[in-house]
Design a protein around this ligand. Sequence first.
Ligand code: F1P
Length: 341
Amino acid sequence: MTIMQASNYHTYNEIKSQTEAWAQAIELVRGTSLPEAENYGQVLFTGCGSTYYLSRAASTLYQELTGRAARAVPGGELLFNSQTVLTSQRTLLVAISRSGTTTETVKAVEKFRREKRGDVLVISNYNEVLSRLADVNIVIDKGQEESVAQTRSFASMFVAADAVSARMAGRNELFGAMLELPQVGSRLIERYETLAMEVGSNLDFDRFYFLGSGSRYGLACEVNLKMKEMTLTHSEPFHFLEFRHGPMSMVNDKALVVGMLSDANRTHEAKVLSEMKMLGGAVLSLGERDADVSFASGLPETIRGVLYLPVLQLMAFYRSVTKGMNPDRPNNLTAVVKLDL
Ligand code: F1P
């Protein structure tokens, strides 16, 4: 496929331009007055679909950096099963939504406010109804996109969420390190687009497994959703060691196992990948060094999670167009889910 054809798609242009939105996210967080972490007994992150997976990734980082309890919950669960996540403790609710209009997320935040549960921090790409419910409002308009499947938007909101966690943890050196991310990301896209196209265009693969642990599990869930939304391919996310406990039965020569390697647990994670190769599966590893996609960022592990996204987003894009689909308009989906609740 020529690049000219690829650039006919909004999805392609949005993936390729996303680091500009990363930079805006960092600057916006720098200029925002944030809540004090010690004012809350717990922090809840919420969203739907992609932004729920973002919440999963961001909440683990918040807890890791602040040492305070944080968890993620889908908007629909916070709305209809709030007793399973809310306590009498004062709560900071971080509500994340590309559109700022998804019904479950908006209704859940309205209920949270009505019940005076605590404060609301919104991260979005559009200044919409959700932003009007916020005590602290962060809107990354450079993350706006035409495509239904989130790519540039997701990454911009994820960078903002990580920056919020670094700042609320008082880790200004981590926040400062994030300033390098946009240029590292652009270099990564240039260096590995061909690999993404080669793997994405290989239709011998009929199943994909995305392995990630710690804050990378939420990212594994997100890239898994991209694969589903853009290419209608069977795919599933797992924590690394969990994959052995049954799901690896699915591994054969038509499987691609994508490993989002950490530094901290690389030995254990790489062993899972080598075992999957023994079972006949193909493997694609991503990590700071010695991987099929090596970031070579020199940045702290806690704030470089976004680097796992662009190459895998491109892989899903190329698989979609190779299958003759339109990644801009996934099957059965709309950009926003509006419900009459
Ligand atoms: C949430 C969402 C997306 C999904 C699809 C439909 O939107 O469910 O996660 O991928 O685009 O909308 P939002 O609340 O983040 O705007």
